[in-house]
Design a binder for this molecule. Structure first.
Ligand SMILES: [Zn+2]
Length: 442
């Protein structure tokens, strides 16, 4: 075996070690010098995944390897005594993928994985430089037959911000792949967990990126279906994730994305790697749209936290990052840093969703319907009508500080921890009229 220097493209050698019966046998590679433009047809019944176990030497260039399997994506799985420092994969179209772009903490279970590499077109050969990578590695090659979405009509006319955004249905993007299995579990969602795919930022063939992620989750992770409830592409298009199989709808189906603590969560994955790169504006707008619809529909407060898992004392934001609950760098530092602003934006968007109309006699409330006792910090509210009302009070940062159903015509309400400052008090009457006023606490 020759040990080359970086990019010397010296001799090629892969020694096959430790094959077990569960792995596809690999030919021993010597000099695979077949010109890379001699494409063989891909058999119609080619498998969706091929698993190989290989031995690699450090600082070695492996060039033009023929695994006998055309592939659309791959992931390395390695032992703990080695790492991906300086390891690089180069596609046949000369796209460069650094394999050490995920922090070491971002690894599931006992195995450590490379980023999920999805080149822009089908690959027939494999070129990589091992860097510090050494010893036995496992490689999963995936083949998701590429498809094209026949219509982009989904994205021409955006639904209103409070309505469900358009999604590419699972049956559309999954065409030709194995169907999801298993029975769905419906649950009530309290927490929306945000992920990134730790995948390429340059691959614009989004439907095929989603197809490959689906294969990774179902063929390698052993899950029933793609783990997320929704996937958002860099152009803002939204893909329906986990199939609901006619049980309620996708957003309320228990997924597989939050280190075994999936109860009451909805997983949303943004395609790309946002460890150091900022997500696109289009993907953030779609994320905010999706969260506004979901939180408004289900009465989830976008800026608050609650216990998760239920019964534990651990607080989790209702809009949380994967790393808030699991040992991972997901959704990457750059996306994670945006979450406070996303919560605030979604919260303010939700306030526009109410079906209530502004009451015409609004000034009446301001003049006569409330009274603040500055000593006790209590508010005396005389309700504009009889019946069930709802009161909400926000500070000027847009945070909800108090909410209460009101159903007595005149009552004093003590509002806890009411500090000096300006507030907005909203009262919705039984006939959906919104009465709003500003309250100054001094
Ligand atoms: Zn994640």
């Amino acid at each position: 075996m020759r040990k080359g220097k970086p990019y010397l493209f010296a001799g090629l050698a892969l020694i096959l070690l430790g094959l077990t019966s569960s792995y596809t046998p690999v030919p021993t590679f010597t000099e695979a010098k077949t010109p890379s433009d001699s494409r063989r047809p891909i058999p119609e019944d080619q498998d969706f995944v091929k698993v190989l176990r290989l031995h690699v030497d450090p600082n070695t260039q492996y060039e033009d390897i023929d695994f006998g399997f055309a592939y659309t994506s791959f992931v390395f799985e390695i032992e703990h005594n080695t790492d991906f420092t300086n390891a690089v994969f180069v596609s046949e179209q000369s796209e460069v993928f650094k394999l050490d772009s995920i922090p070491k903490s971002d690894q599931p279970g006992d195995e450590r994985r490379s980023p999920f590499v999805i080149p822009e077109s089908v690959q027939y050969r494999f070129n990589f430089y091992s860097g510090d990578l050494a010893g036995q590695i496992k490689i999963y090659l995936f083949y998701a037959p590429p498809i094209k979405l026949t219509s982009n009509k989904h994205f021409k006319k955006r639904p209103k911000i409070c309505d469900k955004p358009d999604v590419v249905k699972g049956a559309v993007w999954r065409k030709g792949l194995p169907e999801p299995v298993g029975n769905r579990t419906k649950h009530q969602v309290n927490h929306c967990v945000i992920h990134h795919a730790a995948s390429s930022n340059t691959n614009h063939d989004y439907v095929n990126v989603v197809r490959n992620i689906y294969l990774l989750h179902t063929q390698t992770n052993g899950w029933d279906d793609i783990g997320y409830n929704f996937v958002i592409a860099q152009d803002g298009s939204i893909f329906e994730g986990r199939e609901h199989q006619n049980i309620d709808s996708t957003d309320n189906i228990k997924g597989a994305h939050f280190c075994g603590k999936n109860s009451s969560t909805m997983g949303v994955c943004v395609l790309g790697n946002y460890q150091s790169i900022r997500p696109t504006n289009a993907s953030i707008l779609s994320l905010e749209h999706l969260l506004t619809w979901k939180c408004n529909k289900d009465g989830i407060s976008a800026t608050e936290q609650s216990n998760h898992p239920s019964g534990s004392s651990t607080k989790l934001h209702h809009i949380a990052g994967h790393q808030d609950g699991c040992a991972t760098a997901c959704p990457g530092d750059s996306l994670y840093r945006l979450l406070p602003a996303i919560r605030t934006t979604v919260d303010s968007l939700i306030k526009t969703c109410s079906s209530v109309s502004i009451a015409k006699n609004n000034t009446y409330l301001r003049n006569a319907f409330w009274h603040l006792n500055p000593l006790t910090k209590t508010v005396l509210i005389t309700l504009p009508k009889s019946g069930n009302h709802k009161a909400t009070m926000y500070n000027f940062s847009g945070q909800l500080v108090w909410e209460s159903p009101l159903n007595i015509e005149s009552k004093s309400f003590e509002i806890p921890d009411l500090r000096n400052g300006s507030y907005v008090l909203n009262i919705v009457s039984p006939d959906n009229q919104l009465y709003t006023t500003r309250i100054l606490v001094y």
